[in-house]
Design a protein around this ligand. Structure first.
Ligand code: NAD
Length: 272
């Protein structure tokens, strides 16, 4: 390679290797946006029939349209569920072979001003709903002696940041839940792992950048490079498709011995 040729980027256009999920069902929560959307399309590309769970009806419809436009081996089937309805969450996971617990939300606020009801909602959607979805999914997985559970954690499952009490608490809890599922599922050939991205280019992060820029009177570029990416050695956002690729790998036959672990995609953040 000459010094003038740019290094090949990891971008979303790299052709993924075939990971055969033909005949498998997969459930992805928070599938209408960001990482969940990329996961739903990636798993459908691998042949899965994907239950795309979200509470956002309009964006679910957009996802289904996108899936139709794309030449996917599998399908994307929308499921309108609000995960704060925990009984509905558990029911919707019955019979799935692959479960990706991804839905999430964020509020950045010091603890003294953090609304208790928001803390409760964050814990419900990001910790209790995953428990209920797993509870719904396991009997079928155990019966067929095959299952894949991927929990969308974060660097904030391993590290804290000020002003993110609910989010950090939920993600640390999810790490513990995921490891417990790994231990219980091991004798049934069911794996459970976390994926831990740093900041991903999604609406959740774009909103944080805009909010912080406004709150501190800074430019969005300054917030991105000097605040959000200050600990990320690679100094860029990761793309949702890169995260989806890691999720797809954990769902593959090749990953059958990987369980109870956390796959960190943080551009060097936790190397500090
Ligand atoms: P996003 O805001 O783009 O998408 C989240 C989705 O979850 C939305 O479609 C939303 O409608 C859905 N959702 C939220 N509450 C729901 C509820 N009660 N019921 C049903 N659906 C609900 O977010 P994202 O950035 O793609 O994040 C997805 C996951 O990845 C989250 O768990 C997040 O914590 C995690 N994560 C994100 C980043 C990042 O930088 N974006 C980094 C690490 C981890």
């Amino acid at each position: 390679m000459t010094s003038s040729s740019p290094l090949p980027g990891p971008g979303p256009h790299v052709q993924p290797p075939a990971l055969d999920l033909l005949g498998r069902t997969a459930l992805v929560t928070g599938a209408a946006s960001g990482i969940g959307r990329a996961c739903a399309l990636r798993l459908a590309a691998a042949g899965a029939e994907v239950r795309a769970v979200d509470r956002d009806v309009a964006r679910l419809a957009e996802l289904v349209e996108e899936a139709k436009r794309t030449d996917l081996a599998g399908t994307v089937v929308p499921r309108l569920v609000d995960l704060t309805d925990l009984d509905a969450a558990e029911r919707t996971a019955v019979g799935t072979d692959v479960l990706v617990n991804n839905a999430g939300l964020q509020l950045v606020r010091p603890i003294e001003g953090f609304p208790p009801d928001v803390f409760h909602t964050v814990l419900t959607v990001m910790l209790e709903a995953p428990f209920r979805l797993i509870r719904g999914a396991l009997p079928h997985m155990y019966a067929q002696r095959w299952g894949r559970i991927v929990n969308m954690s974060s660097v904030h499952g391993l590290r804290a940041s000020a002003f993110k009490s609910a989010y950090v608490a939920a993600k640390h809890g999810l790490e513990g839940l995921s490891k417990t599922v790994a231990l219980e599922g091991a004798s049934h050939e069911v794996t459970s792992n976390c994926v831990n991205p740093a900041y991903v280019r999604t609406p959740l992060v774009e909103k944080q950048i805009a909010d912080q820029a406004q709150a501190h009177g800074l430019s969005e570029q300054h917030v991105l490079t000097e605040v959000l990416l200050k600990d990320t050695a690679m100094r860029r956002l990761i793309e949702p498709e890169e995260v989806a690729e890691a999720v797809a790998y954990l769902c593959s036959p090749q990953a059958s011995f990987i369980t109870g672990t956390s796959l960190v995609l943080d551009g060097g953040w936790t190397a500090h």
